[in-house]
Design a protein around this ligand. Structure first.
Ligand code: PA5
Length: 471
């Protein structure tokens, strides 16, 4: 770790020593779980060696990284806009990376200020007004569309695909194909079929990597590379964290310690809400990405033994300092049902001084000589101290700085922590039957072939339903 910019996990305020045994974890509780934790680490290592858990191999995929960088370089300067179309795991990682590493107002910089990199938009929701709004402002001839779907059939993505392809064809004729890149499974799904038929340029999502673990595949790497992110550093960061998290000793493996603390806080201390609160706008997308990762991986009806368990804790995203003026009241004085995880950046990219002269109202004189950085830090430290005094469990992941290298570490750390947590909850952290059920219902209601029986069932259910409305 010497000399490397990294992440530090401070969990002192989760511990009974600091906040008392009613809400905090005791050393004995950690000790009791340590042998089981060690066994789970070794189980996961075996699964990895057996070819499962492919997300853990992603940091080392040199060929694909080269291909992405080559493609991105060949496209540089050719497009004013990159529009990513995808949803869930096929969108949130892109948003997280772009928000973390690009200029905060990237899309309103001039072409020159963006240094040839395109503006980046992500169309995940199918809200017709938002969709139309974006289509109004991106000219087909200046725009590259990256359609991302692992299954190749997701209704939101494919509906937008059809509209956009028609528009591109109408406006650009046979040249339209050069404005499309698809990212999907190598074999399965409608998008792969169309890609083959039309000869679109395409990337492959490895079969063994699920959507929410796919940020370090072409799903997240292509748009990152297109906007100038150093994706080699991103993957190096993930590889670095893979090394850091090798041990089966909870005291030496931060991903394991995180999983153990959240699990014990939930199951022993009743903390069924997990707030992810970055003190950084740039990390707001990571908080959203994490919420999906945690919710979809651990929120399960059945255990691995097929018992009904309704497992999971509820992730919530908050932003420091903004939510000090919104959510914090609840965190301080509401039910003792939350763990708050702060993300903090030791060294922001910029230092912004407030004022230094003498012409400041006496009431504001205390701000003299300070910077926004100092204020942000004082508010962060003040908030976590206040929560700790109220015996509210909280922990902090401190990034030395925000860079591609530390972001890669953070993605990997949180993914591995979630995989470990799956072991503790005894659920499959890699499937999403609840999401699939919603997809099936949507297909049935829209009249997709093969879903006729489900459509009948839904019609019967809707007829039976007694609807009551207030207005
Ligand atoms: O994590 C997941 O598996 C899901 O959130 C998917 O990413 C999401 O449902 C989109 O699926 P697809 O990539 O198949 O379009």
């Amino acid at each position: 770790m010497e000399g490397k910019q990294t992440i530090h996990f401070d969990f002192n305020n989760m511990m009974a020593d600091t906040i008392g045994p009613e809400h905090g974890i005791t050393e004995q509780e950690l000790k009791n779980l340590a042998p089981i934790a060690s066994r789970y680490v070794n189980d996961l290592k075996e699964e990895r060696a057996g070819g499962k858990l492919q997300f853990q191999d992603l940091p080392y995929q040199k060929n694909i990284t080269d291909e992405i960088i080559k493609t991105a370089n060949s496209l540089k300067g050719k497009f004013k806009n990159l529009v990513v179309v995808g949803i869930g795991g096929s969108a949130l990682g892109n948003i997280a990376t772009h928000t973390a590493l690009s200029h905060p107002f990237h899309n309103i910089l001039t072409d020159r200020e963006r240094k040839g990199f395109p503006r980046v938009f992500v169309l995940d929701n199918i809200d017709p007004d938002r969709f139309s709004g974006l289509i109004d402002i991106v000219k087909p001839e200046e725009t590259l569309f990256n359609f991302i779907t692992k299954s190749g059939t997701t209704v939101e993505t494919m509906a937008q695909f059809l509209i956009i392809v028609k528009r591109l064809r109408d406006r650009l004729g046979k040249d339209y194909k050069g404005h499309i890149i698809t990212t999907t499974d190598s074999e399965k799904g409608t998008l792969r079929e169309i890609t083959r038929r039309e000869g679109f340029q395409s990337f492959v999502i490895p079969a063994g990597v699920g959507g929410r673990y796919s940020v370090l595949t072409p799903v997240g790497l292509f748009s990152a590379s297109m906007s100038g992110v150093d994706i080699v550093a991103l993957l190096d960061g993930a590889a670095f964290m893979d090394e850091v998290c090798k041990s089966d000793n909870i005291w030496k493996n931060p991903a394991l310690m995180g999983a153990v603390l959240y699990f014990l806080s939930h199951t022993k201390k009743g903390k069924n809400i997990l707030v992810m609160m970055p003190y950084s706008n740039a990390l707001s997308g990571v908080a959203d990405w994490f919420c999906q990762l945690w919710a979809e991986s651990l929120g399960k009806k059945f255990s691995l033994n097929k018992e009904v368990v309704h497992a999971g804790s509820t992730p919530v995203r908050a932003i420091g300092v903004v939510d000090q003026h919104s959510q914090l009241q609840l965190y301080m004085e509401g039910p003792y049902d939350k763990v708050i995880t702060f993300l903090a950046i030791k060294q922001f990219g910029k230092e912004v001084s407030i004022v230094s002269g003498n012409d400041v109202e006496s009431d504001l004189a205390y701000l003299k000589g300070h910077s926004l950085n100092n204020v942000m830090n004082a508010e962060f430290e003040g908030t976590r101290l206040a929560l700790t005094e109220e015996r509210r469990p909280n922990c902090t992941l401190v990034l030395d700085e925000l860079s591609a290298f530390t972001l890669g570490q953070l993605f990997y750390l949180l993914e591995l922590q979630t995989a470990y947590a799956g072991k503790f909850y005894n659920v499959d952290a890699f499937d999403q039957p609840g999401v699939e059920a919603g997809k099936v219902n949507a297909f049935a209601m829209l009249g997709k072939k093969g879903f006729e029986q489900r459509k009948k069932e839904i019609d019967t259910l809707l007829q039976k339903a007694q609807r009551k409305y207030c207005i």
